[in-house]
Design a binder for this molecule. Structure first.
Ligand code: 6GU
Length: 231
């Protein structure tokens, strides 16, 4: 799977994919992440990528021409399955969207900035508008990093049995159960006996109960969905 990311702050995205699971995914040839500095496509000697909003008001708007030039160049080289714009007014990112995106071949991400992008870019090119939650970030880069991380780890072959995504929180609309490792007794705080019992079926049942209890207590919204009461 290949991600092309258009950004005014490429430096911000150099770190997140250079470690651990996503680094290995790239080394294995399962994932490619290409950064495209928007300023390289800007016009004039000031390399301006933003401008004042028509109609007035505080905040700058990302101009159409550099973005269109960059997108057109990329689209001439390959076909994109999705053109994503990261923006707080987008649809909230959920695991189901990540699962769907992980089956795609080429995904382009435009990182939002300032007051946002000129609406005509959204109309002409963007297929998915994605927010990572109801709070405002200073730019869409960190949201794009989260998206690539959440999707990248789901690409077939990226995770092994130990890191399998099948038991993640949210994959079945339940939160994950508590986990423990050695020592079994830490200053009197003991690991639940059942986890030391070697009885796989009982352990599985216990984990499910814990997941249910946690989900009910912490995320009544997820619990309702699990019970089929919500979309
Ligand atoms: Cl995608 N961008 C910004 N700027 N803020 C956000 C966001 C995105 N998602 C949540 N907050």
């Amino acid at each position: 799977m290949r991600f092309d990311i258009i950004t005014v702050l490429p430096e911000l995205l150099e770190g997140p994919f250079s470690h651990s699971i996503l680094k290995r995914a790239q080394q294995k040839g399962l994932l490619e992440v290409h950064l495209h500095p928007l300023r390289d496509y800007a016009l004039g000697k000031h390399k301006q990528v933003d401008d004042y909003a028509f109609g007035g008001g505080a905040g700058m708007v990302m101009r159409v021409e550099p973005i269109a030039a960059c997108i057109e160049q990329l689209m001439a080289e390959r076909t994109y399955d999705a053109l994503i714009y990261t923006t707080p007014d987008g649809e909230r990112l959920e695991q189901t969207t990540c699962n769907r995106l992980s089956l795609m071949e080429n995904v382009l991400i435009l990182c939002g900035h300032y007051k946002g992008v000129d609406e005509r870019i959204r109309e002409k090119y963007i297929t998915h508008e994605i927010s990572i939650g109801d709070y405002v970030l200073s730019g869409g880069e960190l949201a794009a990093a989260i998206l690539v991380d959440a999707v990248g780890r789901l690409i077939p072959g990226v995770l092994n049995d130990e890191t399998s995504a099948l038991t993640d929180s949210f994959q079945d609309d339940l939160l994950a159960p508590p986990v423990y490792t050695r020592p079994a007794d830490w200053n009197g705080m003991k690991v639940p006996d059942i986890l030391l019992s070697g009885h796989d079926k009982n352990i599985e049942d216990w984990r499910h109960e814990q997941s249910v209890a946690r989900t009910k207590a912490r995320r009544p919204d997820l619990w309702a969905r699990y019970r089929g009461e919500l979309p």
